[in-house]
Design a protein around this ligand. Sequence first.
Ligand SMILES: C[S@@+](CC[C@H](N)C(=O)[O-])C[C@H]1O[C@@H](n2cnc3c(N)ncnc32)[C@H](O)[C@@H]1O
Length: 337
Amino acid sequence: MNNYTSSLESSHFPVMLEEVVKICSPIEGGVYVDCTFGGGNYTKKILKFSGTKVIAIDRDENILHLAKAIEKKYPNRFNFHQKRFSEVGAVASKNKIDAVIFDLGLSSIQLNDLKRGFSFKSKESLDMSMGLSSISAEEVINEYSGHTLKLIIKILGEEKEASRIVKNIIKARSIKKITKVDQLVEIIEKSKKKNYKKKINPSTKTFQALRIFVNKEVTELIKGIINAVKILKPGGKILVISFHSIEDKVVKYFFSNYSSNRSNPSRYLPYNQESSNSLFEEYKNKILKPSNEEISQNSPSRSAKLRYAIRNKNKFIFPKELIVKFKKYLDLENLYA
Ligand SMILES: C[S@@+](CC[C@H](N)C(=O)[O-])C[C@H]1O[C@@H](n2cnc3c(N)ncnc32)[C@H](O)[C@@H]1O
C-alpha cells in the first residue's frame, strides 16, 4: 500500500460539505454542534470562519487523536466529547446553539478498518461496534433466538430473505460458533436467491441490520434529534444527513409533523405560525442530494439525503407522536437493554 492509498483509507471524504456549511451559515460568535465528528471535516470547515465555536461528539475512541489535533489548534473555540449523540443535551446549553449537525452512519475510517468487522471484505471478528456499545455482532449472531434474529434482519435490514438467512445461521452455529465476518458472508451468500441484476452485495442488508442493532442507531437518532431541539436557539437549524430509509423516515416525520404548517388541528383552519404544538418553522419537505460530480468522486455519498429544519420560538414540547410512530424499532433495539 502506498502512502496515498493508506492516507485515503484512514480519512473520510465529507458528504455535501459545501451545502452543510451554507445552511449553517457560520457567524462570529455562533456556536455549532457537530454530533458525528468522524474525520472532523464539517468541524474544520466551520472553525475556518472567525469567531465561531464548535462542540463535537463521536462515540468512537479511535478518532480521539483527530479531535485532539483540532483542540490544540483552536483551544478556545473547540471541544470534543466521546459520547453518544443522544446525550447532546449534556454538552451544550439549552436554547443557545445556532446549528446541530448529524451525518449518520459509519465513516470510511471505520469501514476501512477491517478489524472492526463492518466490511464484507473483512476476515476478522464480527464486532461492528462504533464505540460505546454493550454488545457485539458476534453475540447477536450466536446467542439470540432464531425469532429475534429474524426480526432484526427483517425489520432493521429490510431484508426479504431473512427467514432463509436465519435458518442457515442457526444450522451453521449449531456446528461451529460464527466468529468471523467471512463465515457470516458465506452463510448469507448461500442463503440468498441469485439475482445478478441487483447491484448491491448480498450481505448489505444483513450487515446493515446487525450494525443498526449493535449500535442502537434508531434509538440514538430519535433521542439525538429530540435533545438537539432543546439546545437550539429560535432560528437555529437542525441538519440530518441520512443513508437509509429508516433514518430518513424518522427525520422526515419529525420535521414535517412538528413544523408550524403541519401542527394545525385542522387543515380547514387558517395557517397559524404560532401553533403552540410545533417546534419548527414551516417545513417544505425539501431533500438535498449530492451532485453527480460528488457521487463520481465519492460513491458512498450516492444514498445520502440531507434534510434540515429551523427551530421556531415555541416552548419545547416533548414530541411523543415520534416515539409512538417508531415504537417498533425502539422496542426491537431495546429488547435486552
Ligand atoms: C459519517 S461519519 C461522520 C463524518 C464527518 N461528518 C466528516 O465529514 O468527517 C459518522 C460518525 O458518527 C459517529 N456516530 C454514529 N452514531 C453515533 C452516535 N449515536 N453517537 C455519537 N457518534 C456517532 C460514528 O462513530 C462516525 O465517526
